[in-house]
Design a protein around this ligand. Structure first.
Ligand code: HXC
Length: 262
C-alpha cells in the first residue's frame, strides 16, 4: 500500500523484524491531519497483523515528531463537523488496538496531538532535542486525544496541571525526570537506539510481550485488585505456551532460548 503522509519500512535481520513508520509532512512539522492519521492507522494494523513483525517504531523528523493536530485543517471547523466528521475520532485511537509493542522515537517537537500520540505508544525514547507539551490552551482550546487523561497518569497531577494550564514545553531531561519518557539518547543515535530496543523485543516471546502490555494498560484502566487478578490469570495462561517451556528449559540448561512466539 502506498502512503503520502507517512513512510513505512521493515528493519532488522532476525526471524521477527521491526515495522518502522516515519511521519512525513516535514513542511508542516508533521502536523497530524485526517489523511496522516488514516494512513498511520492502516500501517499500524498491517504491521500488527504481519507475523514477521515483532515490534513497531514510530518516528518523525529531526525537527519534529509531530507539532500537533493540523491547525489549518481544524481552524474553521464547526461543532457538527468536529463531532460527526471524525477529525479527531476516526483513527485517532487505532494505535490502542495494536497488540505488539510500539515505541515512539521522539526528536524535536512533540506537541498537542503529537504528545498525545507519543503517550499512546508503549515506550517513549527521546532524543536530547525533544520538547514535549500541550500548547492547546494558547490556541483557546484543550487537548482532544487524551492529553488531560494520560499526561497526569504519566507525570503526576502537579506537573500535568502546570503544563496543560500554561502550555509550557518541557525538554527531554525534564520529561525523563518526570516519568514521561523511558530514556534520553543523543539525537544522532535516536533511531538506532529505538531499533535496538525493538530488536531486543523481537527476540523475546511474542505472547508474553502482548500480555505484559495488556496488563500494564490494565493498571491504568482499573483498580489494583482487578489488575492483579488479570495479571495472575495471564501468568497462569502462559504455562500453555511453547515459549514458557522453552524459556525456562533454556535457563535450566544454561543456553539462550529460541522462542517460537506461540
Ligand atoms: C499546522 C503547523 C503546525 C500545526 C507547525 N506548523 N505546527 N501547521 N498545524 N500544529 C507549520 C507552520 O505553520 C509553518 O508553516 C511550519 O509548520 C513551520 O513552523 P514554524 O512555526 O515556522 O516553526 P518554528 O518557528 O520552528 O516553531 C515551531 C513550533 C510552532 C513551536 C512547533 O510551529 C508551533 O507553535 N506550532 C503549533 C504547535 C501547537 O499549537 N500544537 C497544538 C495544536 S492543537 P509555514 O507554511 O508558515 O512554513 C492540537 C490539538 C490536538 O494538537 C487535539 C486532538 C488531536
Amino acid at each position: 500500500m502506498s502512503y503520502e503522509c507517512i513512510l513505512t519500512e521493515v528493519r532488522g535481520e532476525g526471524a521477527r523484524k521491526t515495522g518502522l513508520i516515519t511521519l512525513n509532512r516535514p513542511k508542516q512539522l508533521n502536523a497530524l491531519n485526517g489523511q496522516l492519521m488514516d494512513e498511520l492507522g492502516a500501517a499500524l494494523l498491517a504491521f500488527d497483523a504481519d507475523e514477521g513483525i515483532g515490534c513497531i517504531v514510530i518516528t518523525g523528523s529531526e525537527k519534529a515528531f509531530a507539532a500537533g493536530a493540523d491547525i489549518a485543517a481544524m481552524a474553521t471547523l464547526g461543532y457538527m463537523e468536529a463531532y460527526t466528521g471524525g477529525f479527531i475520532t476516526r483513527n485517532w485511537e487505532t494505535i490502542r488496538q495494536v497488540r505488539k509493542p510500539v515505541i515512539a522515537a521522539v526528536a524535536g517537537f512533540a506537541l498537542g496531538g503529537g504528545n498525545e500520540l507519543a503517550m499512546m505508544c508503549d515506550i517513549i525514547l527521546a532524543a536530547d532535542t525533544a520538547k514535549f507539551g500541550q500548547p492547546e490552551i494558547k490556541l483557546g482550546t484543550i487537548p482532544g486525544a487524551g492529553g488531560t487523561q494520560r499526561l497526569p497518569r504519566a507525570v503526576g497531577k502537579a506537573k500535568a496541571m502546570e503544563l496543560l494550564l500554561t502550555g509550557r514545553m518541557m525538554g527531554a531531561e525534564e520529561a525523563e525526570r518526570a516519568g514521561l519518557v523511558a530514556r534520553v539518547v543523543p539525537a544522532a543515535s535516536l533511531l538506532d537506539e529505538a531499533l535496538a530496543v525493538a530488536g531486543q523485543m523481537n527476540e523475546l516471546s511474542g505472547p508474553s510481550l502482548m500480555m505484559i502490555k495488556e496488563c500494564v494498560n490494565e493498571a491504568f484502566e482499573s483498580g489494583l485488585s482487578t489488575g492483579v487478578r488479570t495479571e495472575r490469570h495471564m501468568f497462569q495462561s502462559l504455562f500453555g505456551t511453547e515459549d514458557q517451556r522453552e524459556g525456562m528449559a533454556a535457563f535450566l540448561e544454561k543456553r539462550k532460548p529460541a522462542f517460537r512466539h506461540r
